[in-house]
Write a protein that binds this ligand. Structure first.
Ligand code: ADP
Length: 304
């Protein structure tokens, strides 16, 4: 109670057993000077101790201000780094789809294409525009995460509906070699989640499953659940991931580039954002090898 009184009133509390002196800083009381085993100070000593506690308050206050400045400087260095990494991505990753869009649209406007080729050109333009939109949205999400943090708009969500939406959104990216297989496990499960973000998590995983299985194959989407947790599994039969390097994939800009995958474009932001998003939901994302080759990504979400 003596401490509380000193903090709330900002005055010296002197009971029979101890003296508590508030140390004032710029933002109010920033500390307490406590002298145990002494009480009933005379005026001289009281003045000396008051002066001492003001000096201590000033010191603490300046140290706090210095700490804040340092944090601000670190934050601005981080943002500076992020900005140059983004410029790098914009320069490399946006140019290629943009080049394809420009190529096809100039062929369209020159009237060089047959009826059938016009259809192909339009599909490619839409695909590439979607790719650019996803890339920009990943960059904006990352910037938001670094500056403001992500906020979820939670609501009860039917899992199968979200999975269906994600699969439909990615269907245009499937080529002749890939097939989706929705396995029966995702029946009647409801979670409390941010519908849009959860859909993005799944579209990112499906996008990767397609990209990193260049020889094609089945992309299976399955669920498992017990009383507490539901898992959504996205399984591919592609190039697979070396277990030692799996943790790198979830870091910002983390990519594993091998001679085999050097032609596959990406930013290294998708899995980073997907895992941050899953963790905000109280869940996580992990990866294990698929039996018989490829990778299985598992998104876990707590059940209400
Ligand atoms: P991006 O695909 O844009 O590079 P991601 O963050 O989505 O970024 O993925 C990070 C890295 O993880 C990829 O560059 C790739 O090396 C690896 N990866 C992701 N998904 C798979 C997958 N299904 N199979 C094999 N490697 C994968």
């Amino acid at each position: 109670p003596a401490f509380e009184e000193a903090i709330t009133t900002g005055r010296i509390v002197d009971d029979a057993t101890r003296v508590v002196l508030p140390a004032h800083g710029e933002s109010g009381v920033v500390g307490l000077l406590v002298i145990a085993g002494a009480g009933g100070l005379d005026d001289g000593l009281r003045d000396t101790l008051t002066a001492l506690s003001s000096i201590a308050g000033l010191g603490v206050s300046q140290a706090m201000a210095a700490g804040e400045l340092q944090l601000e400087a670190e934050q601005s260095r981080r943002l500076e780094r992020l900005k140059s990494e983004f410029l790098n991505i914009a320069a490399h990753e946006l140019r290629s789809p943009l080049g394809i869009i420009r190529g096809y649209s100039s062929m369209l406007s020159d009237g060089m294409l047959s009826e059938a080729d016009r259809g192909v050109a339009l599909t490619r333009i839409v695909e590439k525009a979607e790719e650019m939109a996803r890339l920009i949205s990943d960059m904006l999400e990352t910037a938001r995460l670094e500056t403001l943090g992500l906020e979820l708009e939670l609501e009860p969500v039917d899992l199968i509906e979200v999975i269906d939406n994600a699969v439909q959104a990615m269907r245009p990216l499937l080529d002749a070699n890939h097939r989706f297989a929705l396995v029966a496990g995702c029946g009647d499960v409801a979670v409390v989640a941010d519908r849009a973000r959860l859909t993005t998590v799944l579209t990112n995983l499906i996008d990767n499953a397609i990209k990193y299985s260049p020889d094609g194959g089945e992309i299976e989407i399955d669920c498992e659940h017990d009383d507490r947790v539901v898992s959504i599994l996205v399984r591919d039969h592609g190039i697979g991931i070396n277990a030692d390097q799996a943790h790198l994939l979830f870091t910002r800009f983390g990519r594993l580039v091998t001679p085999e995958t050097s032609h596959i474009r990406g930013t290294g932001l998708g899995l980073y954002l997907a895992r941050e998003s899953a963790r905000l939901h109280g869940g996580d994302i992990t990866v294990t090898p698929t039996h018989g080759g490829g990778s299985t990504f598992r998104v876990t979400l707590p059940l209400a």
